[in-house]
Design a protein around this ligand. Sequence first.
Ligand code: AMP
Ligand code: MG
Length: 429
Amino acid sequence: MNAPQSARKPLMALDDALTQLLSHVAPLSGTETVATVMADRRVLAEDLVSELHVPPQDNSSMDGYAVRVADVTERSVVLPVSQRIAAGHPAQVLTPGTCARIFTGAPVPPGADAIVMQEDTREVGGDFHAVHIDAVPSVGQWIRRAGEDVTRGAVVLPRGTRLSAASLGLAAGIGAAHLSVVVKPRVALFSTGDELVMPGEVPPAQMKPGAIYNSNRFFLRVLLERLGCEVSDLGIVPDQREATVAALKTAADHHDLILTSGGVSVGEEDHIKPAVQQLGSLDLWQIAMKPGKPFAYGSVRRDAGAGAGAGGHCHFIGLPGNPVSSFVTFLLLVRPFLLKLQGVAASAFQPPFRTMRLRADFELPRADKRREFLRVRRNDAGGLDLFSNQSSGVLTSAGWADGLVDNPAGTVIARGDLVDYIALAELLP
Ligand code: AMP
Ligand code: MG
C-alpha cells in the first residue's frame, strides 16, 4: 500500500521536483490554424514574419502642415496650401514653396521633410488657402517613418510565443487573419473525496455532516482553460481503489494529462498513488514545500488501439486536496508543465517565477522545516502584510493575497526583514 518507509525519506526540493517534472515533458507536435481573434493565450507554432513595413509608408503623427524645411528658415513665413491629405488617401508631390494640409496617419507627400503641428500655425484669411508657419521645423519632425514599428521580413513574434492581447494586435497589424498555433493540451480533471459535493447539487442548509463543496474543481478548471487547455471535467471520484483505477484508465486514452486533486497523501483513503502505480508509474511524490507536500507526478499507460495517441502514456499529476496547496502547486508546478507541453519558450517558465525583495511588515516567529510560500499582500507603505491564517485549508488567504513570500526552510521572519515576494499576477495565467 502506501509504503511507510518512503514517508521518512527526505522530501525532494521544489527546484529538483520541477526539473524532474519538466524532464518528462515533450512538447505537443500537433498544430492548428485559428482566427487571430480566437488565438488569445494560445501558443504560436511557427515564427510570424511580416510581409510589409509597419507603418507601410512615412506618415504624419500630427494634424498640421507638411512642409519642406528649406522653405521655412524663419518664423512666420506664409505658405500657400497646395493640397489636403487625409488618412487613407494618397498624397501628391509637394510643390516647392507651398505646404500641404495633413492629418494624423496621412501619408507624407514626397518632397516634404517635416510636419508643423496645427498649434504652431495660423490660417491667413480664414479659408485655409495659406497659413503662417510660426515655428521653424527640423527635418523629420512629427513624421513616423515607414517600418519604424516592423520592417518587412522581420520575425514579429517567434514560435513558442504565448499570445497576449497586445501580440494579437501586432499580428493583425501585419495582416495576419489566422495564426498557426499548437493544439490545446487535452486535460482530464477530476476531484477525489467522498466528502465532496458539487455546488448547486445540494443547498447549503441541507449539506450532510462532514460534507463540503468542491472548490478545487472550480479554480483548477479555470486555470487550465486560461492556460489554453481543453478540459474534460470528470467530476468527483469516490474514495475507492476500483473507482479510481477505472477513472484513470478511461481518462488516459483520450487525454495528454490527467489532473486530480486530493487522495494523494498517506492515509488509507488516499487511493490515487497505488492506482497510478498499478496503471503505469509514479515518478515523483511529495515535495519539501508548504503548502503542497502531497504532490505527485507519474504516467498512466494507454490501452493499445484506443483513440488518438493510442499506446504510449498519459501524463498524470496529482495535486493535494487542501485548496491552498492545490492552488499553490498548480501555479508553481503545473503551470510550467503546461507551458512546456505547449512548446512555450523556456524563458517563460525557467526560472518558474521572479522575486522582488520587499519588507515584511509582519513576523513569522516559528520557522517551518519546509520551504514555505506564505500568502501576503502589498500594503500602501510598500511593505507586505501576512494573511492571518496560513492553514492550507483556508482558501480565503489565496483570494486575499496578491503574492507569495518564498521563505526558505527553517527561516524565521522578523518585522522589517527583506523577504522574497512573488507577484501572483506573474503566475496567474
Ligand atoms: P486529501 O488530500 O484528499 O486528504 O484532502 C485534504 C483536505 O482537502 C481534506 O480536508 C479534504 O476534504 C480537502 N479537499 C479535498 N479535495 C477538495 C476539493 N476538491 N475541494 C475542497 N476541499 C477539498
Ligand atoms: Mg481525500
